[in-house]
Design a protein around this ligand. Sequence first.
Ligand SMILES: Cc1ncc(C[n+]2csc(CCOP(=O)(O)OP(=O)(O)O)c2C)c(N)n1
Ligand SMILES: [Mg+2]
Length: 330
Amino acid sequence: MYEQMVTARYYEERLQEEYLVGKQPAFDISAGPIPGELHLAAGHESSGIGVCMHLRDDDTVTAPHRPHHIAIAKGVDLKKMTAEIFGRKTGLCKGKGGHMHLFDPEVNFACSGIIAQGCPPAVGAAMAAQKRNTDSVAVAFLGEGAIDQGGFLESLNLAAVHDLPVVFVVEDNDWAISMPKDRVTDVKDGSQRAQGFDMPGERIDSDDAVAVYEAAEKAIMRARDGNGPTLLEVQVHRRMGHFMGDAEAYRPEADVERAKMRDSIERLADDLRTAGVGDDELDEIRERAHERVDEAIDWAKEQPEPDPSEAYEDVFKNPPAQATTDGGEE
Ligand SMILES: Cc1ncc(C[n+]2csc(CCOP(=O)(O)OP(=O)(O)O)c2C)c(N)n1
Ligand SMILES: [Mg+2]
């Protein structure tokens, strides 16, 4: 778990550096090696990793717009994922999706920029698993800012009424862009929503990745054993802005500091030290993780850009006439 968490954190730090290349001085979002928006998940590691440690390749995961830690934990190919983020031809989606549209059928992982959008497809995957009599499960991750979305609430209902093998994981980082949680809901504990659908709900209120791991184990085993869905809410922290380039003028400095103080990775490292793991071993793990990330980023940066003539391929099932490369002659 520690290795995965360190990998995810360092990945975000490296992407942060790469993203800023060429974007200054007037912050041009389309310039540089990573074009478009970038939402980094530093501070969310305990949730993605604590949950996905229990999953197999044939289990499905849907993630929101802040997906990298979850994708890494689900086993998405780091090189192809990085190439996708850099908009390269050898990326997971041939460079056409970017960081919010990572799709990897090898390990059944998808994410989307539309919040709560992953819930219905996760329910669909769980229904398919149930109908095929397999013991695979689905997990839908979403932010606390998405828990009033109809798609989420309808998914909870469908999952409960059909006893589907699905787990919903709300990553509560207290913010939805510039909107603090207490301005959109009076319900402090989002897992209470489970009661309205007659399913178990649990909130993990600490920065303890092991507590997440244990709660997720219960929920995923329950799903695998055919006993239906669970809703988990995990308190995480947004260590960075909502997206790269967010000046966070709306956010009190003390809140940023608090987020940085409560670091689940440091906590896990302390727990490991207490359990007798030496600093040498922790350093070794960190070095291995850094090497893997650096290698993936170096590889991605050397990959070719997609050919403009392929822009419409894989985008439309039945391309409209104007969406052909010759300007609509056919
Ligand atoms: C349906 C929909 N409405 C609005 C948006 C714009 N939007 C993008 S991220 C976001 C806030 C998400 O907050 P939260 O779910 O808490 O996730 P976090 O960014 O904190 O990880 C919003 C409103 C969107 N992407 N999709
Ligand atoms: Mg949030």
